[in-house]
Design a protein around this ligand. Structure first.
Ligand code: FCB
Length: 462
């Protein structure tokens, strides 16, 4: 029997974010966020879905924590909706909003589940967008105040803090590609937003360290391994560019205190480089306790033309577990062998509920199994990987795709809001129980064997 057993202190968790699951978008004094505004404008979201109700987690959090307990989940990564706490982004805190997170955290602790808090998972207060959002340096102070308030209130109960979730998506999709709110197509503002996000991260880490708080602090980046489509020089260069744009633009300043040169030169030539003030890069480089990695797939890059940096490629997305291994090894090699948590990994499928209320999501089980094995190999080869958070606990509002993409290990019937455990939920519970994967008990194999037996039985009946 092959065993993929993880270190004793390895942590198995699940992840969600506030806007994607909470609903109650305007209840108990919550202010409007950029996502509230964006989804209410027709045509922005598939099917014109909104997160107004989402999974109604705001009212059903106890049930969701019970599900986690049943699945023996050890840590829960969720985010705080900034506008529940400060409806306009700053000013007087909203007691009711704070109460919700305190109740949730107490409920988790009672169930022996460690709270992992993301401070910013994309839902900026609309009032702050009106002064330019992340492209305006002024909002960094507001983010610091929000973080300080949360640190003070939740101080000793939070196991890990994550300043930002995927700052590259916030900056690029929000300010350059026009896909997410504020839906701008302004590369200069995008690069400024990226810089300000990183700077706000550094400031909050400094604050955390100055306050001498318990717990750990880090950031979650969406990283992928980039491979050239063909072994041509042109494609190799395109891959290098994509790597600077997607990965290194965030990793290098965080760990090395500079921006990668090829992209920086390109931006400068076009006059769209960010304004960097004295001391900014020092602040961004403030040491963190861990790096969070969100990994879904690889990018395959093919040169198109070299007129712009970003459009110099074609990207292909496919399941590619080996990419997770390659990425982890690369981070170990290039970035100080920092402790790592995989803070998101998962797959969306067109899950179907059977008549007897089951979801046989074999493809998800396969995906998880293959990636978890690669994570194990990375640890074997010296990576300081400390935990794994599956995206996601439940099906939820998948941003511009609305409810059309199901990522959960728990199925949600969006009409009744009933939760139903998928096969992958039991698979993951067994992974947690075994602290890894025991090859011969894998569901995939069990099912393959059942299939073989079925075929054999049919064959024999002839
Ligand atoms: C990531 C986001 C997360 C979720 C997954 C599928 O980019 O951080 O909120 O949407 O993708």
């Amino acid at each position: 029997m092959k065993k993929y057993i993880f270190p004793n202190d390895f942590i198995w968790g699940v992840a969600t974010s506030a806007y994607q699951i909470e609903g109650a978008w305007n209840e108990d004094g919550k202010g409007e966020s950029i996502w509230d505004k964006f989804v209410h404008q027709k045509g922005n979201i598939e099917n014109n879905d909104t997160g107004d109700v989402a999974c109604d987690h705001y009212h059903r959090y106890k049930e969701d924590v019970q599900i986690m307990k049943k699945l023996e989940i050890q840590a829960y990564r969720f985010s705080i909706s900034w506008t529940r706490i400060f409806p306009k982004g700053f000013g007087e805190p909203n007691k009711k909003g704070l109460e919700f997170y305190k109740n949730l955290i107490n409920c988790l602790l009672e169930s022996k589940i460690r709270p992992v808090v993301t401070l910013y998972h994309w839902d900026l207060p609309q009032a702050l967008q009106e002064i330019g959002g992340w492209s305006n340096r002024k909002i960094i102070k507001h983010f610091e105040n929000f973080a300080k308030f949360m640190f003070e209130e939740l101080e000793d109960k939070v196991y890990m803090w994550i300043t930002h979730n995927e700052p590259s998506l916030v900056a690029y999709c929000g300010y350059a590609f026009g896909e997410h709110p504020p839906a701008l197509k302004d590369p200069k503002k995008a690069m400024q937003a990226a810089h300000n996000l990183l700077l706000s991260h550094g400031k909050v880490v400094q604050l955390f360290k100055d306050m001498k708080l318990k717990g750990k602090i880090g950031i979650s980046l969406n990283l992928s391994t980039i491979y050239p489509k063909r072994r041509f020089r042109k494609d190799l260069i395109a891959a290098k560019r994509q790597d600077e744009f997607k990965n290194r633009w965030f990793l290098d300043p965080l760990f090395k205190g500079f921006y990668p040169s090829m992209l920086f030169k390109f931006l400068k030539k076009k006059n769209i480089e960010p304004n960097i003030e004295k001391g900014d890069l020092e602040t961004i480089k403030t040491p963190i306790d861990f790096l969070g990695i969100n990994y879904y797939s690889r990018d395959i890059v093919k040169a198109i033309d070299d007129s712009t940096f970003v459009e110099y490629m074609g990207i292909e997305h496919k399941k590619y577990p080996q990419g997770l291994y390659d990425l982890l090894i690369r981070i170990k090699r290039d970035y100080e062998n920092i402790p790592i948590y995989i803070t998101e990994n998962g797959i969306h499928l067109k899950d179907k509920l059977t008549k007897d209320n089951k979801v046989h999501d074999i493809k998800r089980i396969e995906y998880l199994e293959e990636h978890i094995k690669k994570a194990w190999e990375a640890i074997r080869d010296g990576v300081k990987l400390k935990g794994y958070f599956l995206w996601s606990l439940i099906d939820n509002f998948e941003w511009t795709y609305g409810y059309s993409r199901r990522f959960g290990i728990v199925y949600v019937d969006f009409k009744t809001l009933k939760r139903i455990l998928k096969d992958s939920a039991y698979f993951y519970r067994d992974v947690i129980r075994n602290n890894g994967i025991l090859e011969n008990v894998s569901l995939k194999e069990k099912q393959l064997n059942e299939l073989k037996q079925k075929i054999a039985r049919r064959f024999n009946s002839f």
